[in-house]
Write a protein of this length. Structure first.
Length: 254
């Protein structure tokens, strides 16, 4: 963690919960949120619940985001949602390139720049998710894979936009598996990502960008992960679905 970068705790609900459970959870989180001065908290909920969830969150510093978007403004894209549509139902941010979109839905790298552009042009704050698969880590290809994903995602981003952009490092082998990357592994990769941003957009951008870690984060490991120097927050899947596992994450002790 770094004093100049506000810690960011984000929950990714994926395709979980129903409307009643989503509303219960957001009410509970809202009730326990501080003034938002020392940490940023957001949930990324299923798009069909965005209007209801964001209505509950309104008036609090809680961010509410979508889990994906399509990069065109409108047109014949059956099943897709534009940034304007997501804004209209209350989203203020969006996940781009989550590992499940890349590896289950087979989204290619070259969509990421267009999605990042569509998010920023549509006043949504993007989190670009990057991460290597197990065989890529074992084959010493982690940095090569991350560089490719970062180059694709940032190809249309300018230095002055960097404070609106967040990166989440999520090793694919640690997502939903209960296996967490060690603080040493996380520290190495986060340093690599920050250096890459500095080389691409300048030292100031490298210092300003927030880099989150995601992959089986839970109340038992959050403190160790958050104390890694280049970790500015966490992106949490499974543990974000219940108050007894998510509240300790948003209330982690600095
Ligand atoms: C995620 O969905 O981004 C994630 C990291 O999931 P989990 O915390 O369940 O590993």
């Amino acid at each position: 963690m770094n004093e100049g970068r506000k810690p960011y705790i984000a929950g990714n609900w994926k395709m979980n919960l129903d409307r009643a459970k989503a509303l219960d959870l957001i009410k509970t989180i809202k009730g326990r949120l501080g003034d938002g001065n020392d940490r940023e908290v957001a949930v990324f909920c299923p798009s069909v619940y965005l209007a209801d969830v964001s209505a509950v969150a309104q008036g609090s510093p809680l961010g509410v985001g979508a889990q994906n978007l399509w990069f065109e403004r409108d047109g014949a894209y059956t099943g897709e949602l534009s940034s304007a549509m997501l804004r209209e139902v209350g989203a203020d941010r969006v996940l781009i390139g989550h590992s499940e979109r890349r590896h289950v839905l087979l989204e290619p790298d070259d969509w990421m720049a267009r999605k990042m552009r569509a998010a920023l042009d549509g006043s949504l704050l993007p989190i670009l998710c990057v991460g290597e698969k197990l065989e890529e880590r074992k084959g010493n290809r982690t940095e090569r894979v991350l560089k490719r994903q970062l180059e694709a995602g940032f190809s249309d981003i300018q230095a002055e936009e960097i404070r609106r952009v967040t990166i989440a490092y999520e090793p694919v082998w640690a997502i939903g598996t209960g296996e967490t990357a060690t603080p040493l592994q996380v520290g190495e990769v986060h340093k690599f990502i920050r250096r890459w941003v500095a080389s691409r957009l300048g030292a100031e951008a490298g210092e300003a960008i927030r880099v989150l870690y995601g992959g089986s984060v839970n109340p038992g490991n959050v403190k160790a992960l958050m104390s890694v120097p280049d970790v500015d927050g966490v992106l949490v899947g499974g543990a974000s679905l219940k108050p007894d596992t998510f509240l300790p994450l948003i209330e982690f002790d600095r």
